[in-house]
Write a new protein. Structure first.
Length: 328
């Protein structure tokens, strides 16, 4: 797949490079020909409806495949191919160079360990002294909005609300100053004010440490505000890639346009919110040809015969046979 920012980013080290990823569980396909690139210091958005494959793609970057799944293609994080790496190499990668903020903190943090033990573990494993690790964790807890950091370190996960526990997870992800951060809906459980504070913290970390970030979200306004580029997923495939300002000004794929029309926004002129007809599909249940054709107002007989490949349309890439009819 052509990368839009290839010339601009040749001097920037790649933090994440997924090329031609195919993932299946037995005979059931989950992802098809997914290619995503994130440079150091870059924020890349991954958007789409629930079930489109966003979380699965981000977890694959950590080598966290569903049990029994088969993956082909190339998935490199900080130079390591996670699909061929052994357990020791994957453990070292997760411990030192890549972090993930999961969608559900309660299923991702050990419930029988105190929060302080959870947060200092990675720092201690890197050789940081107990005192320095504690000081670093207290600083991070304060930055993510935990009012009593010292008290929080002595508490167990069940003693926090969902929003507070998500802040703890964000602090843990930032503690090792990773080269690559995978953020799966990191601010969903937070109020708007805290969401803004956390996003500011993430961006500050990027500027300081050159961290690359893959930001998975349903919030298109948030993606527009913080992302340099955006990939749009539908039914296990990438259907559009564009710079964020270009994507929101003039989408090149009917699905992207439909997502924008269905999303409420506080910006721009007053507009009617339009629901996308039909329902989202998994890759295994898409119709023949273009996966979006049964929900697309532009679909015709040509859309039945082939799966559209990503091709250039202006400064975007779109998997559509007629992007010129989407973009004014």
């Amino acid at each position: 797949m052509t990368v839009l920012t290839e010339e601009k980013d040749t001097a920037r080290e790649t933090a994440l490079d997924i090329t031609g990823l195919n993932l299946s569980l037995g005979t059931t396909p989950l992802l098809a020909d997914v290619s995503v690139r994130v440079a150091r210091g870059e924020t890349v958005g991954l958007v789409g409806e629930s079930g489109s494959g966003k979380s699965l793609t981000s977890r694959t970057a950590l080598g966290m495949l569903p049990r029994g799944a088969t993956a082909t293609g190339d998935v490199r994080v900080a130079g390591l191919n996670v699909l061929t790496a052994n357990r020791g190499a994957l453990r070292e990668l997760r411990r030192t160079r890549v972090s993930m903020i999961f969608q559900d903190p309660r299923s991702s943090i050990n419930p029988v360990r105190r929060v302080g033990d959870y947060l200092t573990e990675a720092l201690r494993a890197r050789g940081t002294s107990a005192v320095k690790a504690t000081d670093r964790v207290l600083e991070l807890l304060d930055q993510v909005g935990i009012r009593d950091p010292k008290g929080a370190m002595r508490r167990y996960p069940h003693e926090f609300s969902g929003g507070m526990l998500q802040r703890v997870m964000i602090a843990g992800a930032l503690s090792v100053e990773p080269q690559m951060l995978l953020a799966d809906e990191p601010t969903t459980a937070l109020d708007v004010t805290t969401q803004a504070e956390v996003v500011t913290l993430l961006k500050r970390m990027q500027r300081t440490h050159g961290t690359g970030m893959l930001f998975v979200t349903h919030d298109l306004d948030l993606a527009a505000a913080i992302c340099d580029r955006i990939y749009v997923m539908y039914a296990g495939r990438i259907v559009e890639e564009a710079a964020s300002d270009r994507l929101f000004e003039a989408a090149s794929h009917p699905y992207t346009k439909a997502l924008l029309e269905a999303s409420p926004s506080v910006h721009g002129e007053k507009a009617t919110i339009k629901a996308i007809k039909g329902h989202p599909r998994a890759l295994a249940e898409v119709p023949r040809g273009c996966a979006f054709r049964d929900r697309c107002p532009l679909a015709d007989d040509d859309c039945v015969t082939q799966v559209p490949a990503l091709r250039s349309h202006g400064t975007s890439l779109a998997a559509c046979l007629r992007p010129e009819q989407v973009t004014p």
